[in-house]
Design a protein around this ligand. Structure first.
Ligand code: ZN
Length: 427
């Protein structure tokens, strides 16, 4: 296949604070070269795509995705959904997020034990559209912990795998690694979601259980993600090298200092959108502001703001997205997080985009992902407009005019795009 040269584009490269005019050449599944300013790439024997002044940027990376969670409001409902329906929802979700520019997703737990694995495999075989994806286990939890949605009369295979001793957890980790997950996910804190059971500041796992999960995963070459609201939970993540720390809501300043020292080993994904939507938009599902206060969601909302501001200032990599997919926070609206990062955590818009692309790509952990730069994987978007000036463009599928994953189009630029009157106006 001939190389493709994108010309007449403005580039957001993932790291820089502003757009610059340039040209980008893609060979196979990688970016071969990037020309800046007036420089021109040779186009002989190549397919030329005229961007008509659109923005070319890296695909978005979600490091806390739940593509195999069906759109429900409670974990109990999720547990009741049969695997067949759940699989169809997952296939739908995978295409939906790619349509919104997410070319890579680190799963933050699977809806059922093998769903992430089969979804990832089918995407990789090219039979269904979806982002590149790291498959996770369901949430490993203790009896009564977050994601233990079982009921006494009936064992339901849900998004929780329940164990209560180090040996039981070792076995679960080994089984999930055998089945092919990339990520072992465990819940070493509660959440307002499981009100009135374990709240966010409670760590229901013993240190021995956490150690058994982490050591077994590390021994087998897996990677770790933890649902960790409580300070003690985050400290365990630091101690055992858990790369993906989800929430980190109630950390103390000392723990932030420890995270700062371990910079580069951890990524913090607060999943703030869920807190926001539960508080401000949950009423249709019975989560009024009063309920949000009562179950502890508002407290999580407030503490997240305080601590993410501190973490950003300390240079800890705080990443957007996470926990989209429930009914009150639908998939496809994930990029609202970018505006939340600006409005609540003090990020400049370009910093939010950097976290969503370059830092997310680094966290995903394959060779060179998340930047527009020679040698990087060709996961690219073209946006009709300047997303650094207007982050809401990423919420509009129609403004995401081109989507390429691994050098292949999911959505090619419309025919004659570069010649249109709008293009002339943009350029
Ligand atoms: Zn989650």
């Amino acid at each position: 296949m001939a190389n493709t040269v994108f010309r007449n584009v403005r580039i957001f490269d993932g790291l820089n604070d502003s757009l610059y005019p340039g040209e980008v050449e893609v060979q196979g599944n990688r970016i071969l070269s990037v020309a800046k300013g007036g420089e021109e790439l040779s186009i002989e024997g190549k397919t030329v795509v005229d961007g008509g002044g659109a923005t070319l940027m890296p695909g978005l990376v979600n490091t806390h995705g739940h593509l195999t969670y069906p759109a429900v409001t409670t974990l109990e409902e999720m547990g009741r959904m049969p695997v067949e329906e759940n699989l169809m929802e997952s296939v739908y979700n995978a295409k939906l997020v790619l349509d919104f520019g997410f070319t890579a997703v680190v799963s933050g737990a699977s809806g059922k034990p093998r769903l992430d694995i089969v979804l990832r495999n089918e995407i990789n075989r090219g039979r269904i559209p979806g982002p590149r994806m790291l498959a996770a286990s369901p949430e490993m939890t203790v009896s009564g912990g977050l994601a233990d949605a079982n009921v006494w009369e009936r064992e339901v295979p849900a998004n929780g795998l329940v164990a209560d001793t180090p040996d039981e957890f070792r076995k679960l980790v080994r089984l999930m690694m055998r089945e092919g997950v990339n990520i072992i996910k465990f819940n070493n804190s509660g959440d307002s979601f499981c009100y009135p059971r374990v709240g966010s500041v409670i760590n229901p796992m013993t240190p021995e259980e956490v150690r058994a999960i982490c050591e077994t995963t590390n021994n087998l070459g897996g990677r770790l993600a933890a649902h960790a609201h409580a300070d003690s939970s985050v400290l365990q993540c630091i101690e055992y090298g858990v790369e993906f720390i989800y929430h980190a809501t109630f950390v103390t300043d000392r723990t932030i200092e420890a995270l700062e020292k371990a910079k580069g080993k951890h990524y913090v994904t607060p999943a703030f959108g869920l807190r926001y939507n539960m508080h401000f938009e949950g009423a249709p599902w019975g989560i009024t502001q009063e309920v949000s206060e009562k179950i502890g969601n508002k407290r999580e909302f407030d503490a997240t703001i305080v601590n993410m501001i501190k973490m950003r200032e300390a240079g800890i990599k705080v990443l957007p997205f996470g926990d989209y997919g429930f009914k009150m926070i639908p998939l496809g609206t994930d990029s609202r997080d970018l505006q939340h990062f600006v409005n609540y955590f003090g990020f400049a818009p370009w910093e939010a985009l950097r976290a969503a692309t370059a830092y997310g790509g680094e966290a995903y952990g394959v060779d060179k992902l998340g930047q527009v730069k020679a040698g990087y994987l060709a996961d690219l978007l073209m946006i009709d407009g300047d997303p650094v000036r207007d982050l809401s463009l990423l919420l509009d599928r129609d403004r995401i005019v081109m989507i390429m994953k691994d050098g292949a189009y999911h959505k090619p630029l419309p025919e004659n795009w570069g010649e249109s009157a709008e293009a002339a106006a943009r350029a």
